[in-house]
Every structure is written in C-alpha cells, then in structure tokens.
Ligand binder design. Sequence first.
Ligand code: RET
Length: 282
Amino acid sequence: MTVNAWLWIGAIAMAIGAAVQLVIGWGPRTRDVENHYLLHLFVCLAAMASYLVMATGDGAIHLADGGPNGRDFYFARYIDWSVTTPMLLLGLGLTAMHSPFRRWAALLGVLFADSYMIITGLFAGLSPVGSSQKWLWYLVSCAAFAFVYIGIWGLFREEARKTSDEAASIFRTNATILSIVWLLYPVVFLLGTEGTLFMGDVPTAAAYTILDIVAKVGYGIFSLLETKRKAARELAAGLIPEPDLRPAPGAFHEVRAPDRNEIVGGEAIEPNERPVGTRRRT
Ligand code: RET
C-alpha cells in the first residue's frame, strides 16, 4: 500500500463515521445526547477534510531533511488535531461534569494544555530530523500532554464522582480508552518519519490513520451510544428536566409520551407545565 492509499482510507472512514453518527443522533434527544452528538460528528467532519486535503496532494510540505530524498511533512494533521482533540476532551469533560460551567476555567485549562501540546508538537514535527530543537519541542509537547492527563485523571475524575456513580463509571471507561489510544500518538511520532525514521512513510501514515479511526470514529460512536443509553435510562426514571429535551418539549412529548394529558396526583396538569421529573414513565 502507498501513503496515498492510507490517506484515502482515512478520508472514507471519517465520512462513514460522520454518516453513522448523523443517523445515531438523529431525532428527539436530550441535552447530553445533543452535546456528544454534535461534538463527535464535527470531529469526524473536521478529520474528513484533513484526510481529503492530504489525499489530494495538499496539506503537506516537502522538507529537505530526513534522508537523501527529504520527507513529506503533513501539517494538515496538526490542524485537524488542534480542532478535534479539544472537542474530544470537551466531550469527556461533559461526561464528567454535565455542565461546562461547573469548573469552566479549569476545563479551559485542560483544553489550553491540549492546544499547547499540539502546537509545540507541530514545532517538533517541523524541526529538522536529528536536530536538538526537535527533541526540545517534543519534550515540551510531552509535558503539556502530562497536564492533559492530570486534568483527565485528577479534575475530571473528581467531578465525575461528584456527578453520580453512573457518570463516574462511564467516565472511567471513556477516559481509559482515550488515555491509551492517545498515548500511542507520541510513540508513532517518535518512531516515524517525523522522529527517528525507524518506520518509513507508509507505516507512519498507516499507524496515524488507524489511530485516528479508533480515536475519532470508534471512540465517537461508542461514546455517543453510551450517552444515548444513559439518557434513555434517565428519561424512563423521569430525571430529565424539560429544558433538557430536544426539540421543544411539546414536540418531544408527542413522540415520547403521548399519554401526557393523564391526571397526575389527582390534579390535571397542562402539558407544558409538568416537568418530566414529576412522574415515572410506564
Ligand atoms: C505529538 C508529538 C509530540 C509529542 C506529543 C504528541 C501528541 C499527540 C496526540 C495527538 C492526539 C490526537 C488525536 C486525534 C484524534 O482526534 C503531537 C504527536 C505528546 C496526543 C487523539
């Protein structure tokens, strides 16, 4: 296989991932589901553009270092990551906190550390192969990565525990998958054409493409389905307040609860007045 073939595989996988998520999230939903729906959908759409620009021959520059024929440096990946990694972290943060405003400055801090990691990683990628500044930037980027992990396993985990046992358990699963998959990116960098050249351009492109498919499509679909299941349980238990329903509550009730005119607690309640949490759905 060629580098170009892997880039096309990436573009097609992201398009399929976006289409699948579009279908999964379609229809009436809760605030939580909508948050994850839009975040994961846009992650795939952003990555699709990045793979498309690389597959069609742009999105890279040719650098003279790294061997007699030089090397192609795919800067489009870094533009993709600088958009998609904060969105993935925001999704994880919302799983933990429910609301981005609970500890918004701390949440922004984690997203900032993440952007710092990608931008300094870009500097590492651009630096000449074998130069000392490459490893300086690599270390700076890894230090920022460590802060991202501290944010995930410190701040986010603490907030998830406060939210509920269920949120904490979902958070643990998602954070574990994300942490393991993300850890492999700097390893590919280290071994590939941007680092030590231990792997050639085809294995490097293959490794990044597979990682991106797992981190964006696989993880995105998993997280969205999980959020949908959680929302269904909460709806059934009557725990979702009306403002959290999408679209407008009236339209939502027509689809989900056609029996809304029943008498609750001996008193007839107008459809728009009754919060969903006041009765259990049968
Ligand atoms: C770089 C190189 C320098 C050191 C480190 C890196 C980390 C990259 C990561 C990328 C994650 C990308 C994802 C994309 C999918 O949406 C920049 C490779 C630490 C963690 C998850």
